[in-house]
Ligand binder design. Structure first.
Ligand code: FNR
Length: 341
């Protein structure tokens, strides 16, 4: 199967696979505070994440490009909505365009549609520094995501098997990148041990990319004759991954993603310690099933939900959400008790 056919398969299976019955954001309850004393209009969702000035804590996380016209159309429509809603956007892995220039269009369209927007380029950790810099140039990107996805590769029959150069590569890309580098998972979460290693390499931006939403074990297993179903629930749920890392380093910038369904889940991510939150599968579903106008109104709804949570907690700025009182239940509490003593 060609790389571009695989991109279309990913979209189909990402939309079609069954989500986990339990979403771990339901284990997190923000403690209600009765005495709100703000005017709703005072509330600003503008968010600073390190060097990045975002107009919203919500961003469209990496999904597609590299699969010909269909992925070009999806990226165009996502870019138009991102521009109208004032949210930042990542593109899917650009490795295909770095190998096949015909696919460049499927990514470049995002900058064409949104000349002033905040855009994240995306490459795998196997990219050379030259390829990483070229991916940034292709988009005129404001940041670069490096995705790490070991389990996805292992389940993919045609996936990578040799990761021996990963750390060296990441370090070399960090040295050369003209923009902030975000190392991200793709739905398996990041442990504190992983983040410690990345921090020592010089990484200062992490997207925990936790378990709970799009599940790449299931997506890749749907493409296999004999699935590795035993790995379908592998990974660290997003709230646990945020909690493992939020208080670790004062100069580490944390993006949360994986299984965020709405603005309240996003607000919980910010309360637990993330500075911004990404959504991929849930936004793609609205776009594909209901069209760009409905996606725009869904994003507006998410913004309203974030502002409502901020109002209830008396916050005029998103960064004030961090550390507001919350209670943990169930598996997330068990994880916290054993891993954050
Ligand atoms: C993805 N994701 C992804 N991530 C990445 O870094 N590079 C990529 O090329 C892709 N491709 C991709 C395709 C499709 C169709 C989906 C839905 C997702 C992963 C994505 O950015 C995110 O980390 C996970 O999907 C978890 O977030 P959600 O979907 O649960 O909100």
């Amino acid at each position: 199967m060609s790389r571009s056919e695989r991109k279309i398969d990913h979209i189909r299976h990402a939309l079609g696979h069954e989500r986990e019955f339990h979403n771990h954001f339901d284990d997190v309850q923000i403690v209600h505070q009765s005495l709100a004393e703000l005017d709703f209009h005072q509330i600003s969702i503008a968010s600073q994440v390190g060097e990045l000035n975002l107009s919203s804590p919500l961003f469209v996380n990496a999904m597609t490009g590299g699969g010909g016209r269909e992925t070009e159309r999806i990226n165009r429509e996502l870019a138009v909505v991102a521009k109208q809603a004032g949210i930042s956007m990542a593109v899917g892995s650009q490795m295909s365009a770095l190998k096949n220039p015909e696919e460049r269009r499927t990514y470049e369209v995002v900058r064409e549609e949104n000349p002033e927007g905040i855009l994240f380029a995306n490459v795998g950790s196997e990219a050379t520094p030259d390829q990483a810099v070229e991916a940034v140039r292709m988009l005129g990107a404001n940041a670069l995501q490096i995705h790490i996805n070991t389990l996805q590769e292992l389940i993919m029959p045609e996936g990578d098997r040799d990761f021996t150069k990963r750390s060296v590569n990441i370090k070399r890309i960090l040295e050369r990148s003209p923009v902030p580098v975000i190392v991200k998972e793709v739905g398996y979460g990041m442990s504190k041990e992983t983040v410690d290693k990345l921090y020592d390499m010089g990484v200062r931006y992490i997207d925990v990319g936790g378990r709970g939403g799009t599940n790449f074990s299931k997506v890749e297993n749907m493409r296999r004759e004999r699935p590795f179903a035993s790995f379908n629930n592998w990974g660290i749920p997003t709230p646990s991954s945020i909690l493992e890392n939020a208080a670790r380093y004062s100069d580490l910038h944390l993006f949360a993603s994986g299984g965020i369904r709405n603005g309240l889940d996003g607000s919980k991510a910010l309360v637990l310690g993330a500075q911004a939150f990404g959504m991929a599968g849930a936004l793609l579903k609205v776009l594909v099933e209901e069209g760009p106008d409905n996606l725009l109104s869904a994003v507006d709804h998410i913004h309203q939900e974030v502002k409502m949570a901020m109002m209830l907690l008396n916050c005029t700025k998103t960064q004030e959400l961090k550390g507001k009182p919350y209670v943990l239940y169930g598996q997330t509490k068990d994880w916290y008790d054993q891993r954050n003593p």
